[in-house]
Design a protein around this ligand. Sequence first.
Ligand SMILES: C[S@@+](CC[C@H](N)C(=O)[O-])C[C@H]1O[C@@H](n2cnc3c(N)ncnc32)[C@H](O)[C@@H]1O
Length: 258
Amino acid sequence: MTSDAQYQRDNNLATRIAFHEDYTAPYVDFSHWVLDQLPLSDGQTVLEIGCGNGEFWVRNAARLPTDLKLVLTDSSAGMVEVAEQRLSDAGLSATYQVVSAEDLSADTESFDLILAKHMLYHVTDRSKALAASRGLLKPGGYFCATTNSGSYMQQLQALLTEEGLEWFSSFNDEFTLENGADQLGWHFGKVELEVLDGQLVVPDADAVIEYVKSTASLFPEPGLLFAACATIRPKIQAVIDRKGAFTISKRAGLFLCQ
Ligand SMILES: C[S@@+](CC[C@H](N)C(=O)[O-])C[C@H]1O[C@@H](n2cnc3c(N)ncnc32)[C@H](O)[C@@H]1O
């Protein structure tokens, strides 16, 4: 499954980030939570692969150690362009490269930390990408990968399964909290997992539908998802009318590897 159409620019990603931002209750800023787990100190060199629109750095701009040397990469030129603009607006400097995680070359400088935030499930040859990252770490450096549980957003998944769309949450199946450690274990001697449980409490059916639609281009038949939205919207609204909100559980987490 290719994610190229999905990530030409950051509009789909931005819709989903805003959904989490608006409805996570109790509120936890995931980017802050990730930074708080990282063994980062002043002056270190950091590579992010699959940086998207640079959200992690923008959200943490006021919380970062000083003098970090940042290199942000993504396979989408559109994403890199948006990230560069957003970091610049936030007063952060970095170097940028449009490159797939599989094609990182070992003659690039080496890093104290490499971050792969919610992106490894999109990488076709994950083993190649992990080996390339491993080769770019300084001795003692860390590789950090974040992802979702395979049972992510089960209430939404259940509604879409009723419509025959059991594949809805399958986009992250290739690299989840449950199967990620085994994959990372081929490349790193030490793999530790931190989990963050949370929920979305959404009083607005249209916001849920917008979220679902933002994922459509991840799938081979996006039309089926759009059609299902018309059917699930009244069901979500009925729950909101009864309970005040549609609640969606979510479990995400972070692997820290050496
Ligand atoms: C779900 S977004 C996450 C973006 C960002 N890391 C974040 O957490 O906000 C996935 C990103 O991975 C990028 N991506 C997909 N496949 C990739 C690959 N093989 N190499 C590098 N980036 C890739 C996409 O272009 C997209 O920007």
